[in-house]
Design a protein around this ligand. Structure first.
Ligand code: NHV
Length: 850
């Protein structure tokens, strides 16, 4: 964008207005002690550069993680040269901008120490005009090892912080404002990176620059929106006199204020207030409720008829409010969007890669495609990662995805000495200002699970009373004082909560009715999936279940000799010490345990998908008591066994297909309660649905229809209703309940199917599954796009169509192929890769039986 901007200005003859020069060329790096310089890529990390020069093995493969740990203990240097002309030196201002330095970086320009960076989460803008000269300029950055840098602090602290996810015995991560997950996590490889991880550039300009625009919405109704925009303009002339410029503010190309509004700039930064009004505003709607309409706001500065600066950003008009109030059940926790309570559906997001600079714009787009196709409307940027790239929030705005933004603190207490607090304050202000104009931003949250840890993870016993009490004081200082004050000052009106869960609660029934809940009773508590029916909070912001990634992802890091659950290589990719045994325990409850590794992986995927779906539906059935489902976790940062629904190579696990189905705005949700079958209809649309028909069809596994029922009904807006109730024994005998299923459809008055589901009357292990005989046909419909037709006279359960190309898209997968049904799925491979029938593997539950 910026490059495009430069070119446009030059072509209009405004070459002198502004120049943005990316400094991504000619970099070299070296370990500090050996001065052996090699070409480097910027933005990047030292790990990526070392891998490029074969100085590190692929860290994701085999047990290589342990071979790369030496990198974190070294200091690293990066350097480049750039040239500037006499003419360029004549600009009023020359800024050197780092959008992100990871982390302890001393920056030298032509021999001057111009910055000592100590926080990876903030960008730095430096005035370098007095330091640069015509011709060659030397930029040199010395990265101190984050380990060595903090060791003295650790040694003088006198105790080890409870950062149990930090995979080093000395818990150093807490001292550094650096993505916590890079020190290891229970799904994370340890790669303590250093480097210029975000873009670096020079900005040369005359007169003035638009430093910031803060857009605020003062009121919003059907008639009009009242907005206030605060524009900060920095005057960079040396003149002691006032500088006259004009400012133009436009929305969607229409100048709504300040056409030739002339401004006298005083020396330094001036604030210009622009009130505007939009008649009949079009609202930004969350995904599932309508269009997320965006308006392009643009501020342009002119001097003597020439454009000197331009600022663009898309904004949305909507209200979002966290309603966290006492009510008949306890304390509500829901988001009201444009005046209507929204059932939030989504997941917890972790960083997309262990090496952040390798997340390309394309990967962000694919991520949001997964979010949208998963029928989600909210994503939580969880506090153990990073504040995401601008593109992430732009895509959220565009797709109507609300963002729950944690500050980057999680699962441990932190220091709260003055130096630490001052870093955090800068980080908060920087990121609040960077993100506050996004329509998608719904809430700021102080941290992940720190209070939970304080109360229930044994920390009281681990520390002296004095240390423990000091930790509480630190908590209050950071999360109840510093962060909320920063939010109030720079983003007033946006909701803030000090932490999630709001009232620490795992496994304590008395806390379910209050605030948001993390339910880890399933998984850590070994409770059955059916406990999701009763372990219900007001907003489920975390709960999850692990699975292995599918075989082609395992094959990316393991050899076939490693294909055993407890092999060294598999264990290096399973960071939860109890993970494998928990998967097995749950599998035995619901499925017949398969004999081979590949089938264990496949059934594990089905187990995770079906189990989690049970939870999603239970929570949605219980609206309005429960008003949100954000599961743990959406994605992976490397190929690993984890709770994710999409693996590192962008392959959907069974869970993501089940998510899309369970999060559909209209849901048919059957459940067995005592000896009855109840069929719920859940409508998340803000409109009533009239003249609907619910069709129920009981059918045997070999396709024989047993019984059929049609029920006319209306479904209220934003509701969950029981549409059908039947004693389990009324329609089917016990034997039939092992050999039949119930198919359900919701049709509108034209007979069109709006949604459907299939229900089985027993756990999969207790069903009498037949052996299906498939007819399969693959047809190429365009380059890389295929149509696969599947048919069988007998039921095939949880059919998994496997294609050996990473990132292949399936319109559906992990589905039940009903007897006699012709199932057509669309398959699309990345980069139009060719596939054929022989490459397709099909698995299903019956095929795994001994
Ligand atoms: O373990 C899975 C995920 C984590 O990756 C992540 O930190 O915030 N998880 C589990 C829990 N929270 C989170 C809950 N943790 C516990 C529950 C019960 C006892 C101890 C810990 C996420």
């Amino acid at each position: 964008m910026l490059l495009f901007f430069v070119i446009v200005l030059i072509s209009l003859g405004y070459a002198s207005a502004i120049e943005n020069i990316q400094l991504h060329q000619n970099w070299e790096f070296s370990e500090a002690s050996d001065k052996h310089w090699l070409p480097a890529q910027v933005p990047g990390t030292v790990h990526q550069d070392l891998m490029r020069h074969s100085k590190l093995p692929n860290p994701f493969r085999g047990t290589n993680e342990k071979e790369i740990q030496w990198v974190e203990e070294k200091d690293w240097e990066y350097r480049t040269l750039f040239t500037l002309t006499q003419e360029q030196l004549r600009y009023d201002a020359i800024q050197l901008i780092f959008e992100g330095l990871d982390t302890y970086a001393d920056v030298y320009l032509n021999g001057s120490l111009i910055l000592r960076a100590d926080n990876m989460f903030i960008g730095y803008t430096l005035n370098v005009k007095p330091i640069v000269h015509p011709g060659e300029n030397r930029l040199h950055i010395y990265f101190h090892s984050p380990i060595k840098q903090t060791l003295p602090q650790w040694e003088s602290t006198g105790f080890n912080y409870p950062a149990d996810n930090d995979h080093h015995e000395k818990k150093l991560s807490v001292y550094t404002r650096k993505a916590p997950y890079s020190y290891g996590w229970d799904w994370g490889i340890r790669m303590v990176t250093s480097g210029i991880w975000r873009p670096v550039m020079l900005r040369l300009f005359n007169t003035a620059i638009i430093e910031d625009v803060h857009h605020r919405q003062l009121s919003l109704n059907e008639e009009k929106a009242e907005l206030q925009h605060t524009v900060q303009v920095q005057n960079v002339t040396n003149s002691a006199q006032d500088v006259e410029i004009t400012l133009r503010y436009s929305l969607d190309g229409r100048v709504v204020a300040g056409e030739h509004k002339s401004i006298k700039l005083l020396p330094g930064t001036s604030e210009v207030e622009i009130p505007t009004e939009i008649k009949k505003p079009q609202l930004w709607m969350p995904h599932g409720w309508g269009k997320p309409v965006l308006y392009l706001q643009e501020v342009i500065l002119h001097q003597e008829g020439k454009e000197i600066a331009r600022y663009q950003q898309k904004i949305g008009l909507r209200t979002v409010r966290l309603v966290n109030e006492e009510d008949q059940w306890g304390q509500s926790f829901y988001f009201e969007v444009n005046g209507v309570p929204l059932y939030a559906k989504g997941a917890n997001y972790i960083p997309s890669d262990a090496l952040l600079p390798s997340v390309t714009p394309d990967r962000y787009r694919q991520l949001f495609e997964n979010i949208v196709r998963g029928n989600m409307n909210m994503i939580r940027v969880w506090g153990g990662g990073t504040y995401e790239d601008n593109l992430f929030y732009e895509l959220a705005d565009e797709h109507g995805i609300l963002i729950w933004q944690d500050f980057m603190f999680g699962c441990t207490t932190y220091p709260h000495d003055p130096a630490f607090l001052s870093r955090v304050e800068k980080e908060a202000v920087y990121n609040i200002k960077r993100l506050r104009n996004h329509a998608s931003l719904a809430i700021w949250c102080g941290n992940n699970e720190i209070l939970e840890g304080m109360h229930y993870w044994g920390w009281k016993e681990r520390y002296t009373e004095q240390v423990y009490q000091e930790m509480f004081r630190g908590y209050d200082r950071l999360f109840c004082d510093l962060l909320p004050s920063a939010v109030a000052k720079y983003d007033g009106g946006r909701s803030y909560i000090h932490g999630s869960p709001l009232t620490s609660n795992w496994g304590r029934p008395e806390s379910w009715p209050r605030g948001d809940s993390h339910n880890w009773g399933v998984w850590y508590g070994r409770k059955p999936f059916e406990s999701f029916d009763t372990d219900l909070g007001r907003f489920m912001s975390e709960f999850g279940f692990q699975s292995f990634p599918e075989m082609k992802t395992i094959a990316s890091f393991a050899d076939s000799a490693d294909y055993a659950i407890e092999s060294d290589v598999m264990n290096a990719h399973q960071k939860s010490s109890i993970g494998n045994s928990l998967i097995r325990t749950y599998m035995e409850r619901d499925y017949i345990l398969p004999e081979n590794f590949e089938d264990f992986v496949y059934i594990g995927l089905v187990l995770q998908g079906r189990g989690m779906r049970y939870g999603f539906e239970a929570q949605r059935r219980n609206r309005p008591y429960c008003m949100g489902t954000l599961y743990w976790q959406l994605n992976d940062s490397w190929p690993v066994v984890s709770w994710s629904s999409v693996d590192y190579y962008n392959n959907w696990k069974a869970l993501h297909y089940h998510t899309a189905k369970a999060f559909a705005p209209l849901l048919i949700s059957p459940v067995q309660r005592n000896d009855s079958l109840l069929v719920y209809l859940v409508n998340d649309y803000p409109e009533e649905l009239q003249d609907m028909t619910l069709e129920l069809q009981w059918t045997s596994f070999s396709g024989k229809r047993i019984c059929m029922l049609r029920l006319p009904l209306d479904i209220p807006a934003n509701s969950s209703v029981v549409a059908f109730r039947d004693a389990m024994t009324t329609t089917l005998t016990a034997e039939q309940r092992r050999t039949s299923y119930l198919k359900m459809h919701l049709k509108d008055k034209k007979g069109e199917i709006l949604t459907g589901d299939v229900y089985f009357f027993n756990k999969t292990r207790d069903l009498n599954l037949p052996k299906p005989s498939f007819h399969i046909k693959l047809k190429e419909i365009a380059g890389g796009d295929y149509q696969l037709t599947l048919k069988s006279p007998q039921l095939a359960k949880d059919v998994f169509v496997e294609v050996p190309v990473h990132g292949t898209r399936f319109s559906d997968n992990f589905f039940d192929l009903l007897p006699g049904e012709t199932k057509v799925i669309f398959i699309s491979t990345p980069d139009k890769k060719k596939i054929n029938e022989a490459m397709i593997k099909i698995n299903h539950i019956r095929a795994t039986y001994p």
